[in-house]
Design a protein around this ligand. Structure first.
Ligand code: SF4
Length: 441
């Protein structure tokens, strides 16, 4: 069959997510790079900003981008040679006090940098089509309950335009790794992905067991494929679909039941995994040398393991008492606190940022960690607000900040794609009881 060009591919929308800009200005205030290609920068520079941005006083609002780190490849990165200057508070120099974009108000939406036009949409291409994902960092991303059609369908023409000019589009490779040494065809992977999403909703009573069942399913699938590969380079085509069909006959709820009955990892392992979050927090900071950050990470880990002192929570940029964070109630049994996390995990699988790139087992282990991290941040947020029980707003904050710092807008995914971190996560993913342990509380 002839391969379709991206422009011919169907667009795949989340069934109930919508986006409407709330003009909160959050995406213009963070310190990430706002990349601009040279022709756009030159066009913007030819405009006289002195009346609308007197603070610039003739200064150039762009600076040359630093080169990408060795080994990091991005499509179109060569042409993106400029970034927009920021004020000392971190906001873009074009952001007004009313949270409006000066470029937008003076020259129109289409003259804004491409990254600004695209946020919060994330595109991912596969043989099936172009998946339209959304960054949950943006508060304008909303759930529309009971929508009869995907709400974003109404924006399809604009989304196609954004996709055609997108600076970053994930493309699914020809073969998708389920685990190291287990590449499978896209059709096989797609069947497994659909099954994962079924598993997530198979047991409405237990979100952690549902999430844990993803790790159980990927571990069982890897074992199954190794047997079917029988020492060859890859498993036979269709093997994943056989696995899925077999479990569908038995009922996905059986896998959730297996997850529920898994023996939890020993306490020391739980501490190690749970406190990995604090290491990521410190490691994700730009402050200080890498040795200094590593030492701070180790010290944070020791305090977490002992349950004493305080730790810097990077996403909230605040120190929080370790004991107080642990003491915050955030019961899985409470649907208003747990369902947003289940739905977040579902959307993360749908938008395919991790799974095809890192391999399903490592991607799922990271996804579980992201959910655990969102709970950690929600608890820390409750502590800062003086509450003993987390609220739905705390959970929403946890998800938003995990998107920013761990999941979508950080380079952590790239760090996990290779090297020792990948090996560590593969080991964790190989043991579903570890994944269940970090979700336990
Ligand atoms: S250019 Fe406009 S939309 Fe982009 S970050 Fe600056 S103020 Fe925000």
């Amino acid at each position: 069959m002839e391969e379709k060009s991206p422009a011919q591919l169907p667009f795949l929308f989340p069934k109930d997510l919508d986006f409407e800009c709330t003009s909160c200005g959050r995406c213009c205030r963070d310190r990430w790079e706002i990349r601009v290609d040279a022709p756009s920068a030159e066009k913007l520079l030819s405009h006289d900003w002195s009346a609308s941005l007197p603070e610039l006083a003739g200064a150039v609002p762009f600076k040359k981008r630093l080169p990408l780190a060795a080994g990091v490849v991005e499509s179109g990165a060569d042409e993106l040679s400029y970034t927009i200057e920021r004020r000392s508070c971190g906001s873009c120099v074009f952001l007004t006090q009313n949270n409006l974009c000066t470029i937008h108000s003076k020259l129109g939406f289409l003259e804004k940098p491409q990254v600004c036009q695209q946020f919060p949409f994330l595109f991912s291409e596969s043989k099936e089509g172009v998946t339209v994902g959304l960054s949950h960092y943006c508060p304008g991303v909303r759930r529309r309950e009971g929508a009869s059609a995907p709400p974003l369908l109404a924006q399809e023409a604009e989304l196609r335009r954004l996709h055609a000019h997108a600076l970053r589009v994930e493309r699914a490779p020809e073969r998708i790794l389920i685990d190291d040494g287990l590449p499978v065809l896209w059709e096989d992977y797609a069947a497994f992905e659909a099954f994962l999403r079924e598993l997530l909703i198979a047991d409405p009573r237990s979100v952690p067991a549902s999430l844990g069942s993803l790790a159980v399913a990927s571990a069982m699938l890897a074992d199954f494929l190794r047997v079917r590969a029988a020492g060859k380079d890859e498993p036979p085509a269709g093997a994943v679909r056989d696995f899925v069909a077999g479990w569908k006959r038995m009922g996905p709820a059986r896998i959730v039941e297996i997850a529920r009955r898994q023996r939890r990892a020993p306490r020391t392992v739980r501490i190690l995994l749970r406190q990995f979050l604090s290491l990521v927090d410190v490691g994700g900071s730009d402050a200080g040398t890498s040795l200094g950050r590593a030492l701070r990470g180790f010290w944070a880990f020791v305090k977490e393991a002992l349950g004493v002192g305080s730790a810097h929570c990077l996403p909230l940029d605040a120190r929080v008492s370790i004991r107080a964070v642990r003491g915050v109630e955030l019961p899985w049994e409470s649907p208003e606190l747990s369902e947003p996390l289940r739905r977040y995990a579902d959307h993360a699988i749908f938008r395919r940022r991790l799974l095809p790139i890192l391999g399903a087992r490592v991607g799922l282990a990271l996804l579980v960690l992201h959910v655990a991290a969102a709970r950690y941040v929600a608890r820390a947020q409750a502590v800062l607000a003086g509450r003993e029980r987390a609220t739905p707003d705390d959970v929403a904050t946890g998800i938003q900040l995990v998107e920013k710092h761990y999941a979508t807008h950080s380079r952590l995914g790239e760090a996990f794609a290779r090297g020792p971190a990948r090996g560590l996560f593969r080991k964790i993913a190989a043991r579903p009881r570890y994944a269940l342990a970090i979700l336990e509380r």
